[in-house]
Design a protein around this ligand. Structure first.
Ligand code: MTE
Ligand code: MO
Length: 569
């Protein structure tokens, strides 16, 4: 046996370490999930992913986002932003498992190198190293754990030590089984002990059999832990109506829309003009949105101001005239025709009113906005002075902001893509110098002005309408040009001429416009293309451009097979 070891190759290999890493990390993930679901402790797999998303170069992230959106749209995986979050969460788990695997391999290789020193000390060192890394990541990005930082760091320490201990234990057992069962006679089967003629004893199991047992245990712990956590979490979220962060009643009726009497009705199949809140896209840099306790939160307005302010949510609601605005918000990553766009009623206080109270000092030129998740943006004071609609918004759809959409406070800036409009605002600072915002620094457009775009949502081949002796096909969708409005929409069928569509009066000057075009029915396959002119009469860019860096452009079209209605012949 000694000879075997001295001959080399008796130490468990790096590959065994990789396997051990997986077998130890999977149950660890389940236990961490349980800690999150039961006690609001941090969940490092998501934190590590969010941390990477913040430190990786902008091009890498942008490439990742556009690939993700293309896959979701291409494979028709469902609503883009919700699907993206699920895929990102899966990627985060895979990444963490991969890191655990690498950690296991490294541990085994290091043990080979460092010889046979005290095994438990190796495990302790590995656990401590992991604990330091996880705690650093937690402290730098985590805004979702509700447990105290002390409890959280302790928990990370315990979990990491458990991980290192288990790894070291597996390593020790593998080495021991190698010692007892010479590799020449240890066949890769459960018959191993009998064939090698050794007594059946847990300590004498051959490596494969031992790993099989560990694998079984790991699977049981992982599945049980994950199942239990999922159960706990669904209980908890069931109690939160729509994940609203306060106890205020949630409005269930759609608001009375100001254009309800407009004669131009959306073509059947057009997306809802007013987006149900739960269907509004969500885009941000967090796998789980930051949860902010309303009681502990207050907005600080400081920097180059005569009169620094600290405003609670109630102050914002009561000290300044409330403003309401129907708004269409779009992500700059939205492809033409995509679903990363939505319309709802925003309410808040004009930033003009708040700045008037804070009184910027001479030399003040910009407002820096910081968010709980580390996101930030800069707005020129000159822009705020010329547009009273720029507001700090505390309500959407007649109710407090939901956690996903920025509770307790977000900003609204007309005519800008979502990337310029922070959610989960914690502070405003009046400054002299410009500083690039989060996505600007990562290579996206500095101004991020909404592009003029139009989309064919529907060719209502199943909802033909009669018009005298003619049969018409309703075609329709949305057109949008930020706060510039839409003055004209045109439709082209196949290679025909551009024809004017009807416009429905919009909910406000800052929402999309619903258009409709009823086309005299012609049998066969037809393609309907659409283009829009903004409120100033400027025609849209028809050149197809990808979202990066300034927003997607191009002509949207939709094809449909038109067959005569049965019974119409
Ligand atoms: N704090 C914070 N605010 C943010 C973001 C973010 O990642 N963090 N993402 C921005 C982007 S890119 C968009 S498109 C909008 C989306 O807002 P919504 O999720 O409410 O639709 O939020 C913006 N505000
Ligand atoms: Mo966005």
């Amino acid at each position: 046996m000694n000879a075997d070891r001295q001959a080399g190759g008796s130490e468990p290999s790096g590959a065994s370490g990789a396997l051990a890493g997986i077998l130890v990390t999977a149950p660890l993930i389940a236990m961490l999930y349980l800690g999150t679901a039961a006690f609001g402790l941090p969940f490092p797999p998501f934190d590590v992913f969010d941390w990477l998303a913040r430190i990786l170069p902008g091009d890498v992230i942008t490439l990742g986002i556009s690939a993700l959106v293309r896959v979701i749209v291409g494979l028709q995986l469902g609503e883009t932003s919700a699907t993206a979050k699920i895929l990102e969460q899966a990627a985060a788990l895979a990444l963490f498992l991969g890191l655990g695997m690498t950690g296991g391999a490294l541990f085994f290789l290091l043990r080979q190198r460092l010889g046979r020193g005290s095994a438990w000390r190796g495990g302790l060192a590995a656990g401590l190293a992991v604990a330091v890394l996880l705690a650093a990541v937690y402290l730098s990005v985590n805004r979702t754990a509700t447990a105290s930082p002390l409890a959280s760091v302790l928990w990370l320490l315990i979990a990491s030590l458990g991980w290192g201990g288990a790894l070291s234990w597996i390593h020790g057992r593998l080495r021991m089984s190698q010692q007892v069962v010479p590799s020449v006679v240890a066949p890769p089967s459960l018959e191993g002990d009998r064939r090698s003629g050794l007594p059946i004893d847990a300590r004498l199991l051959d490596r494969r059999q031992f790993l099989l047992r560990v694998g079984e245990a790991a699977a049981v712990i992982t599945v049980t832990g994950a199942g239990l956590s999922a159960l706990l979490e669904s209980r908890r979220t069931d109690q939160l109506p729509l994940q609203t962060a306060t106890e205020e009643p949630v409005a269930t009726l759609p608001p009375d829309l100001p254009n309800a009497d407009d004669p131009v009705q959306p073509a059947p199949g057009t997306r809802p003009e007013y987006t149900p809140l739960e269907e509004h896209y969500r885009i941000d840099i967090n796998l789980v949105p930051p949860s902010i306790d309303a009681d502990g939160w207050a907005l600080s307005v400081d920097g180059l101001v005569e009169n620094p302010l600290t405003l609670t949510l109630d102050d914002l609601r009561t000290r300044y005239p409330a403003r309401e605005q129907y708004v269409t918000l779009s992500c700059i990553s939205n492809p033409v025709g995509g679903d990363l766009i939505g319309t709802t009623l925003w309410a808040g206080a004009s930033l003009q009113d708040i700045l008037a109270e804070a009184q910027p000092l001479p030399g003040a030129a910009y407002l820096q906005i910081t968010s709980a998740d580390g996101f930030h943006e800069t707005v020129a004071l000159a822009l705020i002075r010329q547009d009273e609609r720029i507001m700090l918004c505390y309500a959407w759809d007649n109710q407090p902001l939901t956690v996903e959409h920025g509770f307790p406070l977000r900003i609204y800036i007309p005519d800008r893509y979502g990337m310029k409009q922070p959610k989960w605002i914690t502070g405003l600072q009046v400054v002299a110098d410009y500083r690039e915002g989060y996505w600007v620094r990562r290579g996206w457009d500095e101004v991020a002005r909404m592009r003029t775009t139009a989309v064919v949502d529907t060719v209502a081949a199943q909802a033909l309408v009669g018009d005298g002796d003619r049969l018409l096909v309703p075609v329709g969708g949305i057109a949008h040009a930020g706060a510039r409005g839409i003055s004209r929409v045109e439709v082209r069928v196949d290679d025909g001429a551009w024809e004017e569509a009807k416009l429905r009066r919009p909910l406000s000057g800052t929402t999309w416009v619903i258009w409709r075009y009823d086309w005299p029915f012609q049998e066969g396959q037809h393609t309907f293309a659409v283009r829009a002119y903004d409120g100033n009469g400027v025609i849209q860019d028809s050149e197809p451009r990808s979202p990066h860096p300034s927003g997607a452009t191009g002509i949207h079209s939709r094809s449909a097979m038109l067959v005569p209605p049965s019974g119409a012949e």
